[in-house]
Design a protein around this ligand. Structure first.
Ligand code: CP
Length: 335
């Protein structure tokens, strides 16, 4: 649709998300109907991602990031600016906020609630966040918590598939990574895709598996979920050919000692070259979408994919703006 802004329809869809005033931490915080309503809001935002709307002019968003970020922080801030709102931002809080003076997360969230109308928070320790979240009296968007959840990334991933394919029903999504224990963006994408009707296949090492908490959430969706452990290069390529989209969660490469070399050795089994993509086109007549949460590194996949129809990772980046405009609008609410 990507149509024309209609305030009445927009309000209806915003209301149907049931997100006003909430804390958004997991894809499973939304039902399929609510996620579809959010996608409709995002679709209505698409024509305004550059020219902007003026529907948040009296609102302030705080961005508080305890971990580095390019996409999540900048795109959420961009979304708020495009909605006509204001942004206060902190990307080094352990040095330049009172966290440096050991202020608790509980007190920080209570204090920020007096200044801002919505908070986007990234933190490496989900326990610290979940213990403190009740102190926030404003809506809180997770910008990524610990190793388990990165819900705005998952939303933009699933929105990308929804926009390109029209539906997630019947979609086979392969999530593939040399370390599935820390693949928070892959887990969020898988959960959102499962809620929207996709089948999920995980490929990864047996000794770094998908966390049980994630598997429980996936099982609760009723989606078909398969785990393939330690695939050979050939087995992995066959999985790619059978898939409609492949998601690379972009794990951080471990540092220190020989950790990097070991990881890169592991990574060889999960490399995505052009060959299985060409085979999928020739044998199945399909274009397998290659998705990545970025940043990427050499050795994960053939960067020649940038110049093919298989590339979805930069499209995901672009869809990150309307979906975050939709999320902020739905969580703050329209008067
Ligand atoms: N995709 C993602 O979360 O990127 P950043 O770490 O740059 O925000």
């Amino acid at each position: 649709m990507a149509g024309v802004y209609s305030p009445i329809k927009l309000k209806d869809y915003v209301q149907a998300t049931n997100l006003k005033g909430k804390k958004y931490s997991f894809l499973s915080d939304l039902t399929r109907e609510e996620m579809t309503a959010l996608f409709k809001v995002a679709e209505m935002m698409e024509p305004y991602t550059r020219i902007g709307l003026n529907i948040m002019s009296d609102k302030v968003m705080c961005a508080l990031f305890f971990e580095p970020s390019t996409r999540t922080r900048f795109s959420t801030e961009t979304a708020m600016h495009r909605l006509g709102g204001s942004v206060i931002t902190e990307s080094n809080p352990t040095q330049t906020t009172s966290a440096a003076k050991d202020e608790s997360m509980w007190d920080m969230l209570r204090v920020i609630s007096q200044y801002a109308d919505i908070l986007v928070l990234r933190h490496p320790d989900e326990k610290v966040v979940f213990d403190a979240l009740p102190a926030a009296s404003i809506p809180v968007i997770s910008g990524g918590y610990g190793s388990i959840t990165h819900p705005t990334q998952g939303l933009l991933d699933v929105y990308t598939l929804w926009r390109i394919r029209g539906t997630l029903e019947g979609t086979k999504l392969l999530v593939s990574c040399p370390d599935l224990s820390r693949a928070r963006s892959g887990h969020s994408c898988a959960l959102g895709a499962a809620i929207m009707g996709a089948e999920i296949v995980y490929a990864g090492p047996k000794d770094l598996p998908v966390p049980e908490e994630q598997l429980e959430k996936l099982r609760a969706t009723g989606a078909k979920v398969t785990e393939v452990f330690d695939p050979s290069v050939k087995e992995h390529e066959d999985l790619i050919v059978e898939s409609d989209a492949v998601y690379l969660p972009g794990c951080r490469i471990p540092k220190g000692g020989d950790a990097r070399e070991l990881y890169m050795e592991y990574a060889k089994s999960y490399y995505i070259g052009m060959e299985p993509l060409i085979r999928a086109k020739e044998e199945k007549g399909k274009t397998v979408g290659i998705m990545h949460s970025l940043p990427r590194f050499a050795g994960e996949f053939d960067f020649e994919i940038d110049n093919t129809d298989n590339e979805l990772y930069f499209k995901q980046v672009a869809y990150g703006i309307p979906i975050r405009m939709a999320l902020i609008t739905s969580m703050v609410g329209l008067d």
